[in-house]
Design a protein around this ligand. Structure first.
Ligand SMILES: *Cc1c(COP(=O)(O)O)cnc(C)c1O
Length: 387
């Protein structure tokens, strides 16, 4: 049966019959895995050969993510950032040219600066809003075009099909950091992507207690990816894998609520006098809204706002007194978060202009009216302090 997505979320990566009828895949803790014969040692033909190389627990999650992303196969890494770095290391070598979106997650950018440049990779940042015009930036040695759509903090929606077409024409591969949409709301491989990255830490885990990443590829990109991932010794711990397997079963209902609450907050914020701009791809006012509508089937709970000019003291009065919104990094859990951001500082290919402080919000699973009341009281404190 060709399963619909919500059914897949429930069934993917499970095989109760192989485990005494037990519904959830068991947690295998393993380093040593025994071989029954010398021939088995020599041929390494058994499904599992060494703990670092995977167990039935990791295989279950890999299979589930590959199915949801719509890719060939998936590899797990110890964090979302290590999924980004492992994917880049697998497909770049000295002398290659990398086109990196200017809107990328800052630590991904830091890896390019700190590590890739040191190994002789020519890193060039590009305007995320370039579609097919990216062709003008592609060089004979361009090996990878890295995308993140929508971009971290600033939420530019990229024209992935147009970028993929231009990249493939020149023999380059396309990677996407697909964390914002999760595999549910953007299907990378239907839009020409070769390698898709998830910070599993975020929505797939969904409960703010696991660090993990995933790399999913096409069949063509698999060989280089798996070889480099294995050579680098990357793996994920079995208890964490189990928590993610448990978390993904509710991904669809969680995301629907994150989207609904996020939009409710975004619309309410757009009408506030203290707010200069709401940056949420699912709002018609967003410059990337048409692309989002064309390529995505939903929005997650993460978006940004730009405030009108406010003093640091007024901002502190607003944020320090919030009761429900926590101040902390990461997102994708059940709780609402708010954090100041300054994208202007890290950009090089494009200029980011904001008249006041920028805040990134994550809409959690609390009652949206309580969240609005919390923000409302926050704006009250901001105004009292700013006057
Ligand atoms: C959080 C995040 C990552 C990194 O994930 P970690 O698990 O924190 O290492 C990568 N990309 C994006 C877009 C993220 O938001």
């Amino acid at each position: 049966m060709k399963k619909k997505q919500d059914t897949l979320i429930v069934t993917a990566g499970r095989d109760p019959e192989a485990n005494f009828g037990i519904l959830n895949p068991p947690v295998y803790h393993a380093s040593t895995i025994l071989y029954p014969t010398l021939d088995a040692v020599r041929t390494r033909k058994q499904p599992f050969t060494y703990g670092r190389r995977g167990t039935p627990t990791t295989a279950a999650l890999q299979e589930a993510i590959a199915e949801l992303e719509g890719g060939y196969r998936t590899l797990l890494t110890p964090s979302g950032l290590s999924a980004v770095t492992a994917a880049l290391l697998a497909h770049l070598k000295t002398g290659d040219h990398l086109l990196m979106t200017d809107s990328a997650y800052e630590p991904s950018r830091h890896f390019c600066e700190r590590v890739l440049k040191r190994y002789g990779v020519d890193v060039e940042y590009y305007n995320p809003c370039l579609g097919s015009d990216i062709a003008a930036l592609i060089k004979p040695n361009t090996a990878v075009v890295f995308t993140e759509s929508p971009g971290s903090v600033t939420f530019e929606v990229q024209d992935i099909p147009a970028i993929s077409k231009a990249a493939h024409k020149a023999g380059a591969i396309v990677m996407i950091d697909n964390t914002w949409a999760s595999p549910l709301y953007f299907k990378p491989f239907e839009h020409g992507v070769d390698v898709s990255i998830q910070a599993v830490t975020k929505y797939l885990c969904g409960h703010s207690d696991v660090m993990m990443g995933a790399i999913t590829t096409t069949e063509a990109a698999w060989r280089d990816t798996v070889a480099s991932h294995g050579a680098n010794g990357l793996c994920a711990g079995p208890d964490d894998v189990y928590l993610v397997l448990r978390g993904i079963r509710t991904l669809s209902v969680r995301l629907a609520r994150h989207m609904e609450t996020g939009l409710k907050l975004a619309r309410w914020l757009a009408a506030r006098p203290e707010v200069a701009r709401v940056i949420h791809p699912a709002l018609p006012s967003h410059p990337g809204h048409a692309l989002w509508k064309r390529d995505f089937t939903g929005a997650s709970g993460l978006f940004s706002i730009e405030l009108k000019p406010a003093s640091e003291a007024a901002l502190a009065a607003m944020l320090d007194g919030l009761e429900l919104f926590g101040m902390g990094y990461s997102w994708g859990g059940f709780e609402s978060l708010i954090i100041p951001q300054d994208p202007a500082k890290i950009r090089t290919a494009t200029k980011w202009e904001a008249q006041g402080p920028m805040l990134r919000l994550h809409a959690g699973l609390e009652d949206p009216d309580d969240l609005i009341a919390d923000l409302d009281a926050g704006f009250e404190r901001l105004r009292a302090c700013n006057e």
